[in-house]
Design a protein around this ligand. Sequence first.
Ligand SMILES: CC(C)NC(=O)[C@H](Cc1c[nH]c2ccccc12)NC(=O)[C@H](CCCC/N=C(/NCCC(=O)O)S[C@H]1O[C@H](COP(=O)(O)OP(=O)(O)OC[C@H]2O[C@@H](n3cnc4c(N)ncnc43)[C@H](O)[C@@H]2O)[C@@H](O)[C@H]1O)NC(=O)OCc1ccccc1
Ligand SMILES: [Zn+2]
Length: 255
Amino acid sequence: MFYLIERVYMINDELMNTIGQARRILIFSGAGMSAESGVPTFRDELTGLWEQYDPMDLATPEAFERDPALVWGWYMWRRQQVAAVEPNAGHRAIAAWQRIYPLRIVTQNVDDLHERAGSYGVVHVHGELFASHCYRCRAPHKPTALEETSEQIGQPIDPPHCKLCGGLVRPSVVWFGEALDEASLRAAIYEAENSDLVLAIGTSGLVQPAALVPQWAKDQGAQVIQINPNPTALDELCDINIRSTAAHVLPQIVE
Ligand SMILES: CC(C)NC(=O)[C@H](Cc1c[nH]c2ccccc12)NC(=O)[C@H](CCCC/N=C(/NCCC(=O)O)S[C@H]1O[C@H](COP(=O)(O)OP(=O)(O)OC[C@H]2O[C@@H](n3cnc4c(N)ncnc43)[C@H](O)[C@@H]2O)[C@@H](O)[C@H]1O)NC(=O)OCc1ccccc1
Ligand SMILES: [Zn+2]
């Protein structure tokens, strides 16, 4: 059992033993997991039209009600951004690992890079960028081809209307001030409480309640290993802090 907080910069036997002895491993990922694919993290400055906005101000129901075209345009831009990049060596290492070991994955990321790398059963606690539903009646919305290929990327774009009630369509992500999807939250709590090792990868640990996942696991006696080039709010909670990047460390763990 580790008592002192260990900061390691390379993969050592002790770390590999900890991983090797684990009965059930949970991957808990954040925006840093996709950074090396070219997807900006939430802490990174926004660019283009949105440069003048704080992401936290755009990712809210109030912003959507105030200016639905601005918010919908931002999400279409983010869809195009994610569609234009590839999973990185970190995503691929997790998918390879999941082919030989039943890893569980809970992510705060709304991108589909874990799945595009071949991972399965990914719990998206903050929703999914490429899904949409009606803001009024919550009916799922299937995008028309035209919507998907809008030339206006980088500009405000009027959101489509719900085919059932005519309401505005929104991205199926969890906005600040909104409750998490009950089933996803329940799944995240279950995975946290039933895992004996959590790998917290690329998260600042600042967004609640998702940031509690490692704590819920720790409360059940699990060990927590963090992979992050920078200090985070999770440092003290973690048994091992690997000060490096997802795409650099994960392939070394899996090889
Ligand atoms: C910011 C924080 C203070 N705010 C919250 O936590 C709020 C609650 C709250 C308000 N005021 C508060 C004051 C105190 C405490 C809490 C609050 N939470 C909410 O609003 C939640 C909803 C939160 C969900 C918001 N939606 C997202 N995403 C979807 C949208 C979208 O994407 O557009 S959150 C979004 O930001 C989060 C960003 O966090 P991280 O992933 O950690 O990324 P970050 O950029 O912060 O850090 C990146 C890290 O990676 C590292 N890194 C960089 N490169 C690499 C690399 N290469 N490798 C490894 N690591 C790397 C960096 O060092 C860094 O540490 C992600 O979760 C992402 O999904 N809802 C809710 O509370 O509802 C209530 C309620 C309850 C019941 C009923 C009704 C209402
Ligand atoms: Zn509707």
